[in-house]
Design a protein around this ligand. Structure first.
Ligand code: NAP
Length: 330
């Protein structure tokens, strides 16, 4: 265990905004969580967080590593992976083994432990579909336990880990149930267009990686946090009304009879794609990705407020910021 004091958090999140942390504790053994203060914020790869101003809350970074096949039958592999493992590397390796389930989630930044929190998803697959169980450290009684995936209330970019259980559980490992054979999910236009050439999980992993590299900025070169806003969900009546007013607006059926609206399309219609206020703007190649070229956390939030205001005024839709905001802000 190592504690760093009074440090700049810019290198610790992919938006790279400067912010001051009182302390950041690094651990590589989940047993060390016993010393974790109740109000600590658990930091993974920093790809879904915005640090702003002074961060007085203690920060803990879990760098626990390790993978193990814990069970296997004719159809499935049960693969337990420690929270600190890199998500993109895991996907690449599983696809390379010929295991089905993770391939559409290639090249998503961040760690394995962060994946269940917001039920990461891309190209028609959500991680919840392949989570067998989540191992957690319980801050209330200082024990480690396994929670079934079916008990985590997974929904569109949602779970109990960012709601009801937010201050209770720290994810230490995830067990994935991956199939030895199966059907590839190729419904999204970017994959459907090349479906005839996609036969294995490795093919899909490679195709998704190529598309993402083409469309999305590399955080190492242009600081960003991937999708900056959630796609708004509306009910069927509101969807019909919106379609009447905006016949080109992309709409997709979502769970519970709700309809998903493309936030990126709305932002682009409002003129923000490739438009910057100083150091902060929406990426020219993808209107859903906010990029930061040296702005502060507050600059990012100010810009996001402008985007939200414009989309609200034009479409009557409320955009919610996807990354978690940590620190003092207005
Ligand atoms: P796109 O084709 O421009 O579509 C825009 C939005 O429409 C997507 O966000 C997607 O929602 C939705 N969509 C498209 N086709 C759909 C279908 N057949 N069924 C249901 N919903 C559909 O896509 P894109 O913006 O390039 O993104 C492609 C995928 O990469 C998406 O799944 C997106 O989530 C993912 N992505 C992830 C990040 C990240 O940082 N994590 C950044 C950009 C894109 P969903 O987002 O719900 O899939």
């Amino acid at each position: 265990m190592q504690t760093l004091r009074h440090i700049d958090l810019a290198p610790w999140h992919t938006l790279r905004a400067s912010a001051q942390a009182a302390q950041l504790t690094l651990i590589d053994d989940a047993d060390e969580l016993k010393a974790c203060p109740p109000d600590a914020f658990i930091l993974g790869g920093g790809s879904n967080v915005i640090f702003v101003g002074e961060v007085t809350r203690p920060l803990w970074h879990l760098n626990v590593q390790g993978r193990e096949v814990v069970a296997e039958d004719n159809a499935h592999i049960y693969y337990r992976v420690a929270a600190g493992e890199t998500w993109a590397k895991l996907v690449e390796d599983c696809a390379g083994q010929g295991w089905y389930g993770l391939e559409n989630l290639a090249l998503i930044p961040g760690t394995v432990g962060a994946a269940p929190v917001q039920n990461i998803g891309a190209y028609g697959v959500e991680v919840a579909q392949v989570i067998d169980s989540v191992q957690v450290y319980d801050r209330f009684d200082n024990t480690t336990k396994d929670i079934r995936g079916s008990d985590c209330a997974f929904a569109y970019r949602q779970s109990h880990f960012k709601g009801l259980w937010q201050n209770r559980y720290i994810i230490t490992a995830v067990t994935f149930k991956l199939a030895k054979s199966g059907k590839l999910v190729l419904d999204y236009p970017d994959l459907a267009a090349q479906a005839a050439a996609l036969h294995t999980p490795a093919d899909v992993c490679h195709a998704v990686t190529t598309v993402r590299q083409r469309k999305l900025p590399d955080p190492a070169e242009l600081p960003n946090a991937g999708s900056f806003f959630h796609n708004p969900l509306v009910d069927a009546n509101q969807a019909v009304a919106l379609a009447k007013q905006h016949p080109d607006m992309p709409q997709y059926p979502s769970s519970d009879g709700m309809v998903k609206i493309s936030a990126g399309w709305c932002i682009e219609q409002c003129g923000f794609k490739g438009q910057y206020d100083g150091a902060v703007g929406m990426y020219e190649g993808h209107a859903l990705v906010l990029v930061n070229c040296g702005g502060s956390g507050q600059d990012i939030l100010n810009y996001a407020a402008k985007v939200r205001q414009a989309v609200g005024a034009r479409f009557g839709l409320t955009l919610h910021i996807e990354p978690i905001i940590v620190g003092e802000h207005s």
